[in-house]
Design a protein around this ligand. Structure first.
Ligand code: UDP
Ligand code: MN
Length: 348
């Protein structure tokens, strides 16, 4: 069968030795804080539709902002490293290559190009995941009981640098080679999962399939996260940003809490929008574009306010000044703003 590359054995011991030999590249950057690399990418070709590349640029700027604030690395791939694994499958060889080249990186956080950070302050509670190798947005019941291909989302997930993950990528990739294999597995997935029509195998369904059919092997080390939006479905979010802002203001801008117990969505993911492709989009392009504009401006305002500006509204690119420029900078530290400007994040 198809394979991502020569099988790697003894990886955990090899990596441990490398880390011992390179003490200046620790896998933990401070107590309780793993070294994290955010990984994203897009097709080598320019977008097929007008405006798509501009959306990609803005979505990448959004990720750069988040990573800078949190001190995370970021990697953008424009290459299909393995022609067999084209399209959405491309994240697998990218993750494998990065894993093997960066033993110092403890966790890789894959984010689709159409996934945007919409809470610039919140950070995943890393320490909650020490016993797990894969963190997916999802629900146990939907995966293991309902066997739904929507029980997880493969557009934003965290994977640990270890042998288990290399093995998972191998098992996962076997369903992805384009052409007859991908079509054959599409049928297999259609039969095994409860709600998936039979079309060529996609990475998300394939992952649910592994969890469902080999729960003992993969499920034990996989954490299905639903306590915050590691991935948030844009349709349920994009019209509520103003309301979320008002509620946070009333509640004194408690980090990550919109008011009551509700958090701002960490990630707003434009599932089904295909901002760069178009032909398989399941939503109206204008609706998608409007939602993306709002998500990007909502996120950008959290950054712009640090510098004294914000958008006139979430629907426009125009900005206005919200703090007076004074001749006495640095005199007054604004505590709320300081949290993002000079963050002192601790272990989650
Ligand atoms: N992707 C990539 N290279 C490609 C095609 C896709 O890096 O050649 C990435 C891109 O980040 C995209 C993700 O894979 O968001 C998932 O692909 P999909 O086709 O599902 O796109 P989406 O629906 O997320 O726009
Ligand atoms: Mn996506």
């Amino acid at each position: 069968p198809y394979s991502l590359g020569p099988s790697v054995s003894d990886y955990d011991a090899r990596r441990a030795k490398w880390l011992r030999d390179h003490p200046h590249f620790p896998a933990s950057v401070s107590p309780g804080r793993p070294r994290v690399l955010v990984v994203t990418g897009s097709s080598p070709r320019s977008c097929g539709n007008a405006g798509g590349d501009h959306v990609l640029l803005r979505a990448f700027k959004n990720k750069v902002d988040y990573c800078r604030v949190h001190g995370l690395g970021i990697f953008y791939s424009n290459a299909v490293l393995d022609a067999e694994l084209s399209g959405f499958w491309t994240k697998l060889p990218i993750l494998r290559s990065l894993m093997l080249a960066h033993p110092e990186t403890e966790l890789f956080w894959w984010l689709d190009s159409d996934a945007m950070f919409t809470d610039m302050l919140f950070e995943p509670p890393w320490s909650k995941y020490v016993g797990h190798n894969l963190v997916l947005p999802g629900w146990d019941e939907k995966v293991y009981v309902r066997k739904s291909w929507l029980g997880i989302n493969a557009g934003s997930f965290v994977i640990r640098n270890c042998q288990w993950s290399l093995d998972l990528l191998d098992a996962w990739a076997r369903m992805g080679p384009r052409g007859p294999v991908r079509y054959k597995y599409g049928e297999v997935l259609g039969e095994a999962l409860s709600d998936r029509p039979s079309y060529e195998a996609d990475d998300q369904s394939a992952l649910v399939y592994l969890l469902v059919t080999q729960r003992e092997r993969w499920g034990k080390k996989t954490f299905l996260e639903s306590s915050y939006s590691l991935h948030g479905y844009w349709v349920e979010i994009v019209d509520r940003y103003e309301e979320m802002m008002r509620r946070r203001r009333r509640n004194g801008w408690t980090p990550g809490i919109a008011g009551g117990e509700e958090r701002w969505p960490l990630v707003t993911h434009f599932v089904g929008c295909k901002p760069c492709g178009g032909q398989y989009a399941s939503y109206d392009a204008a609706e998608c574009r409007r939602g993306m504009e709002r998500a990007l401006n909502f996120a950008d305002d959290q950054i712009l306010r640090l510098y004294g500006f914000e958008h006139e509204s979430l629907n426009t690119t125009a900005v206005r000044r919200v703090r007076n420029d004074t001749g006495g900078p640095l005199d007054a530290e604004d505590e709320e703003i300081g949290r993002l400007l000079h963050p002192r994040f601790r272990a989650g």
